[in-house]
Design a protein around this ligand. Structure first.
Ligand SMILES: [Zn+2]
Length: 383
């Protein structure tokens, strides 16, 4: 007997870590390109600092850091004078898409490569899996390792394929209405878009997408990225460079700092600087602006306004690098180091870019201008 019951929506949000539009262009991804041809596509802005936690939380909460509060991968605790990871759910000030869906009775799954995302975006998801640590998975009652074998190393492209198979299990076998699928950008850090391993990574990933769409032809897919990726040739340690040039600061921190050191040695294109006294601003800003490769220097409130940041959760000063330049802790006393030629990372304004793809969901063309940032990805979902 034919049922006239309205079909339940099934939603897949893909947060493809480090998926610079250049990777989309260079890779053999027929199913992804089919979604573009038959759906909605736009290249959009990412948020500064262009690091993962900032943009991942933005996509998951549907807003900028001024709303959700995650302004970097780390924060500097002024009391203990220690850098701490910004990866706890309690720091997120806005509801996740999982919490918003739960109000409508929808069940969600958070499927991520990285442990830090399981702790940051956990709220409201019934099933939670970080491929890096399947023994800490929560909900769903699935023995992931028994089903899929042990996950490949977190520093491998194959871990994203393993995670996609886990996401297929969630879509095929559980009553999950919405799955949030977050990969690792390790393959993008390792190779440019034309690299052999990168091509392998994305074409295999795309095959799994094809399988998934065959099994669920009506699956709504919302896909974007947290940031792009570029070669970088130079790194500054502002904790050393500024004093070397006669200035004084309390502390400088790379907004990129996270536990995944093999990716980028914690170097990134944005630094937060804390001053000893507000009166030091002009002197320190002048020193930073004269450094080759420094793109711009902002005071706290200008930076917050310009980049939609939460003013209480950044430094007194925000320094950005040009396309070649990053910031982070260095060994030598000079405070500047040339990077090896294969070094790729993100964090600056040149990586604040992402593709935005929506498939199987009609997008009102009048929304074109409103879909300006990666955090606008979930707007057309409608809750
Ligand atoms: Zn990332």
């Amino acid at each position: 007997m034919a049922s006239n019951k309205k079909q339940k929506r099934k939603i897949l949000i893909v947060m493809m870590d480090g998926f610079d539009p250049a990777y989309l262009q260079a890779s053999d991804m027929p199913h992804t390109k089919q979604m573009i041809a038959n759906g909605f596509y736009k290249t959009v802005k990412g948020v500064m600092p262009s690091v993962t936690n900032v943009n991942n939380t933005g996509i998951c909460c549907g807003g900028p850091p001024s709303v959700h509060g995650i302004t970097a991968n780390s924060y500097f605790d002024l009391q203990t004078k220690k850098e701490e990871y910004m990866d706890k759910a309690a720091m997120v000030l806005a509801p996740t898409i999982f919490e918003r869906g739960a109000k409508l009775g929808m069940k969600s799954a958070l499927m991520t490569a990285k442990k830090k995302t399981q702790s940051l975006l956990r709220t409201g998801a019934e099933i939670r899996l970080a491929a890096e640590a399947p023994k800490d998975a929560e909900g769903g009652g699935i023995d992931w390792v028994a089903r899929l074998g042990p996950p490949p190393d977190i520093y491998s492209p194959e871990i994203n394929h393993w995670l996609f198979r886990a996401t297929q299990i969630v879509l095929n076998e559980t009553n999950t209405d919405l799955a949030y699928f977050h990969t690792t950008d390790f393959p993008m850090h390792m190779e440019p878009p034309w690299g052999e391993k990168s091509l392998f990574h994305l074409s295999e990933w795309d095959k799994l997408l094809g399988e998934t769409l065959d099994a669920h032809p009506d699956l709504e897919v919302y896909m974007s990225a947290d940031h792009g990726m570029n070669f970088k040739s130079r790194c500054y340690d502002l904790n050393k460079v500024v004093p070397n040039k006669g200035g004084e600061i309390f502390f400088a921190m790379s907004a990129e700092r996270d536990p995944y050191v093999k990716h980028h040695r914690t170097f990134g294109g944005t630094a937060f600087v804390w001053l000893n006294t507000p009166g030091d601003f002009e002197r320190v800003a002048d020193i930073c602006r004269r450094l080759d490769g420094v793109e711009a220097v902002y005071d706290r409130y200008t930076a917050a306004a310009r980049f939609l940041l939460h003013a209480d959760r950044i430094g007194d000063m925000l320094v950005t690098g040009d396309i070649n330049t990053v910031f982070g802790p260095l060994e030598g006393k000079d405070g500047v180091e040339e990077m090896p030629k294969e070094f790729r990372t993100h964090g600056g304004s040149d990586e604040a870019i992402a593709p935005l793809i929506i498939y199987n969901r009609e997008v009102d063309p009048r929304l074109w201008r409103e879909l300006a940032y990666n955090f606008d990805l979930t707007k057309p979902i409608g809750f």
